[in-house]
Design a protein. Structure first.
Length: 144
C-alpha cells in the first residue's frame, strides 16, 4: 500500500506545479495587456483640457536626455507647458497623474529639466526615479 501512495504523490506534485505555472503566466500576460491598454489613449488632460498627444509630438521638437537608465527621447516639459498657453509658468506647480492613481508634483525649475515621452512617461534629470511617472493620463497645473 505505501508504494501506491508514493506513486500517486509523484503524479500529483507535477500536476500542481503545472497549475501554478499556468496561473503565473496568465497573471503576467494580464498585467502586460492592461498596462499596454492604458498607453493607447490618444489624449492627455493638461490643465483640465484634453490635448491630442499626436499633435504634441508632431508640433513640438523632441530632445534626447541621458539618464542613468539610458537615453530618453521626448518633448521638453517647459516647451509643452508654454505650448498649452500657461503664462508665468514659474507661478505654478505641476502634478503628473498616472492611470493607476500614482502622482508626483514638481515645480517649474524641475520642468525645465524634464521630458515627456511617446510612451506617456516623464523623466527628470534632477529628481529621483520616484518622480519618473509612467502611464500619465493627466498633468494638473495649480497655482503655488
Amino acid at each position: 500500500m505505501p508504494a501506491i501512495m508514493t506513486k500517486n504523490r509523484e503524479r500529483i506534485i507535477p500536476f500542481f506545479a503545472m497549475i501554478v505555472l499556468i496561473i503565473g503566466i496568465g497573471s503576467t500576460l494580464y498585467i502586460h495587456a492592461t498596462q499596454s491598454a492604458s498607453n493607447t489613449s490618444a489624449e492627455i488632460i493638461i490643465n483640465g483640457s484634453p490635448v491630442s498627444t499626436e499633435s504634441l509630438f508632431k508640433e513640438l521638437s523632441k530632445e534626447t536626455i541621458s539618464t542613468d537608465d539610458g537615453e530618453k527621447i521626448g518633448i521638453p516639459l517647459d516647451r509643452l507647458i508654454e505650448y498649452i498657453g500657461i503664462v508665468n509658468p514659474d507661478k505654478y506647480q505641476y502634478s503628473f497623474i498616472a492611470s493607476d492613481g500614482y502622482q508626483q508634483t514638481v515645480i517649474w525649475e524641475n520642468m525645465k529639466r524634464g521630458i515627456f515621452t511617446e510612451d506617456y512617461r516623464v523623466f527628470f534629470l534632477d529628481l529621483a526615479h520616484a518622480f519618473w511617472v509612467r502611464n500619465i493620463i493627466e498633468i494638473e497645473v495649480k497655482e503655488i
